[in-house]
Design a protein around this ligand. Structure first.
Ligand code: PLP
Length: 384
């Protein structure tokens, strides 16, 4: 019977330090949220630019709720596609420099929707081993043949592409890897894509808004022509501080997704107020360079301080600065010790990361201060 084993399996998870539980937040999402009645210093949110509780973003959300109410009432193709959604799509297309953009309710759904609309059992999908879970699930759902290549291993990707005679090939990669913070070698991947006539899809959930002078993400950071990335996915719940996601690409791609993407068609549109709030976020993302500059300076401060303490960091210059601990048990203990010192950093364990690489995934926000980073370094030093 389906239910007979559940309790035993849950017990096993606990024994293996893999049991996950939620902390209840009783405040806005800032670098100092209130957890269980206690104000803590958080280094694990993806609100990289500090926009989730920005007064202008909140104001736009409230104003749009007054005009549009809360629920969008139906899917985009029925009656849920408001003027706010429509405007946001056009503004995002202009921002990225693509013909069209399509909004999805979440990044997870965007990835499922794109891959399963474009690929079928006759396709072949090449994925980096460390790609986000939603990209791996997307390939599974599409029923395509799946080929994984070692993390950022261009040689291996190249030889796997060379071995294939399949005509419908798609290379899929994170832009900034979500648990490691490093970047995909996108220039090389784009070159391979064109050499082997493969389509290329980049999920820049952690790069959009953060990387590049204007916040256009990895393509701006590496100086890559957007035409070389025919499918770009960005999420709105991280640097943009709101919720949802978008796919950027050609007119033909977007129209195809509107016709065929099941996670677009068969779901309720995000509330119009979320779209309105995101339009304000987009302006802040574009115009407030100081947020990205501040973030970079905090990242440098942390890396320098951590090196002085002899902490081993990963090859990352982004806001994601993981400290790999190894065993899940040790990582959980450190996370608890940090919380006892009022610092919130969650323990990231398998299957989110490979076995034996459990880590404290430290993230920074433009709204942290130098004193916050000093505090983090002091406590990390004392508890290890
Ligand atoms: C967070 C994330 C997603 C999912 O986006 P949501 O909007 O949170 O569903 C997709 N891809 C990557 C790389 C992510 O980090």
């Amino acid at each position: 019977m389906l239910f007979d084993d559940l309790e035993k399996q849950l017990e096993e998870r606990k024994e293996n330090h893999l049991y996950r539980s939620r902390k209840v937040i009783e405040s806005p999402q800032t670098v100092e949220p209130v957890v269980d009645g206690k104000k803590v210093l958080s280094f694990c949110s993806n609100d990289y630019l500090g926009l989730a509780n920005h007064p202008d973003v909140v104001k736009s959300f409230k104003r749009a709720a007054d005009s549009y109410g809360v629920g969008s009432g139906s899917a985009h193709l029925v009656s849920g596609h408001s003027a706010e959604h429509h405007q946001l799509e056009q503004e995002l297309a202009e921002f990225i420099g693509t013909e069209r953009v399509l909004l999805f309710s979440t990044g997870y759904m965007a990835n499922l929707g794109v891959v399963s609309a474009l690929c079928d059992r006759h396709s072949k999908i090449y994925e980096d081993k460390l790609n986000h879970a939603s990209l791996l699930d997307a390939a599974l759902l599409s029923r395509a043949k799946r080929v994984r290549y070692l993390h950022n291993d261009i040689e291996q990707l190249s030889s796997r592409l060379e071995m294939s005679s399949n005509e419908n090939k798609l290379i899929v990669t994170d832009g900034v890897f979500s648990m490691d913070g490093d970047l995909a070698p996108l220039n090389d991947i784009a070159r391979l894509a064109s050499e082997y006539s493969a389509a290329l899809m980049v999920d820049d959930a952690h790069g959009i808004g953060v990387l590049g002078t204007k916040g256009k993400g990895i393509i701006e950071h590496l100086g890559i022509d957007i035409k070389k990335v025919p499918i770009l996915v960005g999420t709105l719940g991280k640097a943009f501080g709101t919720a949802g996601a978008f796919v950027a690409g050609s007119e033909a791609l977007i129209e195809t997704l509107i016709q065929k993407s099941r996670s677009y068609i068969f779901t309720t549109a995000m509330p119009a107020a979320v779209a309105a709030a995101t339009r304000t976020s987009l302006q802040l993302v574009e115009n407030e360079n100081w947020r990205r500059e501040k973030l970079q300076s905090l990242i440098s401060q942390f890396r320098k301080g951590a090196a002085e303490l002899g902490l081993t960091l990963m090859d990352s210059n982004t806001a994601i600065q993981p400290v790999v601990i190894g065993s899940s048990g040790d990582t959980v203990v450190l996370s608890e010790k940090l919380l006892a010192r009022n610092i919130l950093i969650s323990a990231i364990r398998p299957p989110t990361v490979p076995e034996g690489t459990s880590r404290l995934r430290i993230t920074f926000s433009a709204t942290h201060t130098e004193e916050h980073v000093d505090e983090l370094l002091t406590v990390l030093d004392e508890i290890r």
